[in-house]
Design a protein around this ligand. Structure first.
Ligand code: NDP
Length: 330
């Protein structure tokens, strides 16, 4: 099987020297194990963080180890009581064509409900993140004015549609006119193109009474612009900070953080894994929205197999993707 391993830790953006494409022979599955043929691999901004040798919510990927990644695939052979040949599954199989698993963290997926890429997007970790980030951390209420950054991405596009379905006014921030047009198409009330518009001024114009929930995926200047436009009692959900993931020095602090005091607002970070016991709740809620047609699950699926992993990952930082970025392995 071909797999991508970590050759060396990057400074700044990862490049070819970060990765090694290796061909290895996998052993046969032992008792309690099964062999999976991977068909799609998830590309996640968090992958950049896993390359740094620092303490975080998961340990870093070790040099020489297969790159950690969520994926979908089919069970080829099984000596595990709960998984049978032909089962469609999802789990953290890594950037590889085949994987041996003992079932830890693996669940079966129903391809009649949605295609494999959607199980990595709206019905996978990004969708679950959107759901709990909004409902639990953001304490979403009907009538709230909700602002979401990286709104045309995997997490942001689901978060916006959930907020809309719950009776909120939703404003998305994304890069470029195609993305903002798509946001309006899927029901966002307003969409701001941060590459061509002044985010601070546009937020002030479209949310004159202020923001109740700011769901932050990007950090940096966009976070500052949102902080400067909060409403009293606002909740700022710190989901991610992709604008900072390749930075070689620490960012200047959020210069507007005193807004938290002025507006009696709350800013809270969270990690989706804390909600593991409640994943089915999110998948049921999002799945029902897809079935009734009130949520568009969109993916950007790239061909090229595991060898294309390194460049495909950089697409997240260029904004190549609308919706969830997925690598197809055939
Ligand atoms: P996306 O599908 O949103 O892809 C990343 C997007 O970020 C790109 O398409 C691009 O869109 C945008 N982007 C890239 N660079 C910048 C920049 N410098 N400034 C502003 N926008 C930028 O990824 P995900 O939905 O998977 O992840 C979104 C965020 O959620 C990330 O920060 C991620 O780390 C976080 N996350 C957090 C979890 C948690 O448990 N807390 C779990 C899962 C994800 P554009 O063209 O609009 O710039």
């Amino acid at each position: 099987t071909q797999q991508i391993t970590l050759a060396q830790r990057p400074t700044g953006l990862p490049d070819d020297s970060t990765w090694s494409l290796d061909t290895v022979e996998l052993p046969d599955p032992e008792d309690g194990q099964f062999l999976v043929r991977i068909d799609h691999i998830s590309l996640d901004p968090a992958m950049r963080g896993w390359l740094n040798d620092v303490r975080s919510y998961v340990p870093p990927v070790q040099i020489g180890a297969v790159m950690r990644a969520g994926a979908t695939g089919r069970v080829v052979t099984s000596r595990h009581p709960d998984f049978a040949e032909g089962d469609a599954v999802t789990g953290t199989f890594g950037v590889t064509e085949y994987a041996i698993s003992d079932g830890t963290g693996v669940s079966r997926i129903d391809l009649d409900v949605a295609d494999a890429p959607t199980w990595l997007g709206a019905l996978g970790m990004p969708g679950i993140t959107a759901y709990f980030g909004l409902t639990d951390v953001g304490e979403l209420h009907e009538g709230d004015t909700v602002v979401i950054s990286a709104a045309a991405g995997a997490v942001g596009s689901v978060a916006g549609q959930i907020a809309k379905a719950r009776g909120c006014r939703v404003i998305g921030i994304a890069g470029g006119p195609e993305k903002t047009a798509w946001l309006r198409e899927i029901g966002f009330d307003e969409a701001i193109d941060y590459k061509n518009e002044n985010v601070f001024k546009r937020l002030r114009a479209v949310a004159p009474d202020g923001i109740d929930i700011y769901f932050d995926n990007v950090g940096g200047d966009i976070l500052d612009a949102a902080l400067a436009n909060l409403r009293r009692g606002a909740r700022v959900v710190i989901c991610g900070a992709i604008s900072q993931y390749n930075a070689e020095s620490l960012p200047p602090g959020p210069s507007r953080y005193m807004s938290l005091l002025v507006f009696r607002a709350r800013m809270q970070g969270f990690v989706v894994f804390d909600y593991e016991d409640r994943y089915p709740e999110a998948i049921d809620a999002i799945g029902a929205m897809i079935t009734e047609g009130s949520l568009q699950a969109r993916e950007t699926v790239v061909d090229g197999g595991v060898a294309a992993f390194g460049d495909t990952l950089l697409g997240l930082f260029r904004g190549d993707n609308t919706g969830k970025l997925v690598l197809r392995v055939d």
